[in-house]
Design a protein around this ligand. Structure first.
Ligand code: SAM
Length: 237
């Protein structure tokens, strides 16, 4: 079997500190954001010359947190409620023969901080620390095909989850507003995607969930299809 070795050119800094609750594609959380830090020797400013002429880039990365799990020819896309199976190559499953992912993200800026080249990105679907193997400019003339067929994923997933905040959670968001502007709306957009696994969505039983977003442990309860955020706790460093 032929195999190749690739270089890790950088890593992602992301508000998503664990896989749970990460949107399934970039752009689904409008207020999302992230950064790509280039590593030496790829952090040469010459390597990104001209890149800011492009509003969007493809980020090619490694699904490093699931690659140990290997792959299977058939997978259950969450879009199909976890019931139907599709061939792995007909899905964006993270469990692939070559665990490579590709995300189309907005490039807001390229900055240089202490000799580090950093790409400021818009909404992404990657866990903090994701290793990046390549970056390519997005070419709408070749890659935006408005008539394309997309089978079971033709439309963006519906966000029908209502998200409310307890008084306590609202106060917490206000407390951190100056350091984290837009915190409440970011949390709301993430939870609107209803990150629960498909089999949990079928149950009406109230249940509590938690996820690590930015520097916070966010806790919520789902009851009758309403998500209530009831705690936003700052993680101790
Ligand atoms: N846009 C990419 C693509 O289509 O190749 C990724 C799509 S994949 C369905 C997105 C999911 O991958 C996220 O919701 C998260 O659960 C998972 N994920 C993100 N970063 C990961 C990483 N470094 N390792 C493993 N899984 C990751």
């Amino acid at each position: 079997m032929q195999s190749f070795q690739f270089n890790v050119i950088g890593h992602i800094e992301s508000p998503y500190k664990e896989k749970f609750a990460i949107p399934r594609q970039p752009g689904l959380v409008q207020n999302g954001f992230g950064r790509l830090h280039l590593h030496p020797p790829y952090n040469d400013p010459n390597a990104v010359r001209g890149l800011t002429q492009f509003s969007h880039i493809w980020v090619l990365f490694v699904f490093h947190q699931t690659m140990e799990g290997g792959w299977k020819p058939l997978v259950r896309p969450p879009r199909l409620g976890g019931n139907d199976k599709m061939g792995v190559f007909a899905t964006r499953s993270t469990f692939r023969p070559s665990p490579i992912g590709m995300s189309l993200v907005e490039l807001k800026d390229v900055t240089i901080e202490n000799n580090q080249v950093i790409l400021e990105l818009g909404s992404l679907d990657l866990v903090d620390g994701t290793p990046v193997v390549d970056i390519k400019p997005y070419l709408p003339f070749a890659e935006a095909i408005t008539t394309a067929k997309a089978g079971y994923a033709q439309e963006a997933p519906s966000e029908d989850m209502q998200v409310i905040f307890s008084t306590q959670a609202q106060l917490e968001c206000e407390k951190y507003q100056s350091r984290y502007p837009g915190l409440a709306s970011f949390i709301e957009q993430v939870l609107k995607q209803d990150p629960r696994p498909a089999y949990k969505k079928q149950s009406n039983e109230a249940r509590d969930y938690a996820v690590h977003l930015l520097d916070f442990n966010v806790r919520w309860r789902v009851t009758n299809n309403i998500t209530e955020v009831f705690a936003i706790e700052r993680n101790e460093k």
